[in-house]
Design a protein around this ligand. Structure first.
Ligand code: NAD
Ligand code: IPM
Ligand code: MN
Length: 357
């Protein structure tokens, strides 16, 4: 029997609340299957840990995490610790150290999920974002000169390497080919006259190897407008780190809200562990109240199962999320219900059990 070693970093705010449900669900999927199991190891890293120790994670944290099959993460960041410290020292540190250069984020409107769009066919909200996750605007390159002086200057540089652009764009072409979908690149070559011109040229260059894949290229401003007005234009989307961050929150808004949006940070070569997380943050406004929707965490646990080769259970979990949304009996307040975080998790577990009986 395969036993998968999973590192659990529940993190801050609603992170531990939603992750507990995700873990519950993973355990149940393994029990139903009977052919594999999970071994969860919890790490107390996050903002509280920082306030106690001055560090977001242990000094040898990356070394420790390296031996796991996957990382399951809740959310990082909380008032009291500057966001650029908490995120750079934990979440971004892991993404970068483990070269998780693919950030896979489904934007799929399940039946029963609320959608603010009018006059749009619900079935047309069915995209998968492939966000570059290792460099670009998030390279962390820059400087703060003459800090505190009247003439201070801040530089924040985007770093777009041939290696980095080629590999994410190639991954996207392969993904589109494999799933028989169209591929859209989103960039901004009209204003960003080095980085995005480079990106666009690599999109074309790599595309010459994939004549069977139908492509489009959009400027990010127009793309954000079309995501609202005509989302059916987008199937597989490849874009840069920052654009991908922003557009997937927009995507969450049209596909049922932050409580349903999941993401996988992948190192496709499996040289290092990949990391699975809901894309929402720690939601300080609702933390500790049992109001957080755990379905995004459940959806990311479904991505984790996919990545481990258990696509049957991954797909089943998305079906169960959809059933829960259609039935509308057990939902958290963000989806108009009155149930608690753990009641929603229990419902997923119940449905998994019913499925295997
Ligand atoms: P957020 O995603 O935490 O919250 C935005 C809004 O969505 C809030 O109103 C919140 O209540 C709601 N929301 C989010 N998740 C929800 C859920 N599961 N169920 C119901 N409602 C939900 O974004 P923010 O407020 O901009 O950020 C809060 C903190 O989280 C900041 O420190 C930020 O840096 C951090 N952050 C972390 C991650 C991450 O760890 N992956 C992602 C985004 C933001
Ligand atoms: C996300 C988050 C992170 C990002 C932040 C917290 C650094 O917003 O995963 O979408 O920008 O990648
Ligand atoms: Mn984000």
């Amino acid at each position: 029997m395969d036993t998968y070693k999973i590192a659990v970093i529940a993190g801050d705010g609603i992170g531990p609340e939603v992750l507990e449900e995700g873990v519950k669900v993973l355990k149940q999927a393994a029990e139903c299957d009977g052919g594999f199991s999970f071994e969860f190891t919890y790490f107390p890293w996050g903002c509280q840990y920082y306030l106690e120790t001055g560090k977001m994670m242990d000094e040898d944290g990356i070394e420790t995490l390296r031996q796991f099959d996957a990382i399951f993460l809740g959310a990082v960041g909380y008032p009291g610790v500057p966001d650029h410290i908490s995120l750079w020292d934990l979440l971004l540190n892991i993404r970068k150290s483990f070269d998780q250069y693919v950030n896979l984020r489904p934007v799929k409107l399940l039946e029963g999920a609320p959608c603010p769009l009018k006059g749009v066919d619900r079935k047309d909200v069915d995209m998968i974002f492939i966000r570059e996750n290792s460099e670009g605007e998030y390279a962390g390159s820059g400087n703060w000169l003459y800090k505190g002086k009247p003439h201070e200057v801040v530089l924040q540089e985007g770093v777009f390497s041939r290696h980095g652009c080629e590999r994410i764009i190639r991954y996207a072409y392969e993904f589109a080919r494999k799933h028989g979908k169209t591929l859209t690149s989103i960039s901004k070559g009209n204003a960003l006259n080095y980085s995005m011109v480079f990106w666009d040229s690599i999109f074309k260059e790599v595309g010459s190897e994939y004549p069977d894949v139908t492509t489009s290229s959009y400027l990010v401003d127009a793309a954000s407008m079309f995501m609202i007005k005509d989302p059916g234009r987008f199937q597989v989307v490849v874009t840069t780190n920052l654009f991908g961050d922003i557009l997937t929150d927009l995507g969450a808004a049209i596909a049922g809200g932050m409580g349903l949006a999941a993401g996988a940070n992948l190192n496709p070569e499996r040289e290092f562990p990949s990391m699975f997380e809901p894309i929402h943050g720690s939601a300080p406004d609702i933390a500790g109240q049992g109001k957080a929707n755990p379905l995004a965490a459940v959806w990311s646990s479904s991505q984790l199962l996919d990545f481990l080769g258990h696509e049957d259970w991954g797909a089943k979990l998305v079906d169960i999320i959809e059933d829960i949304l259609i039935e509308k009996k057990v939902l958290t307040p963000d989806l108009g219900g009155t149930s608690t975080t753990s009641q929603v998790g229990d419902e997923v577990v119940l449905k998994l059990r019913q499925y295997t009986i």
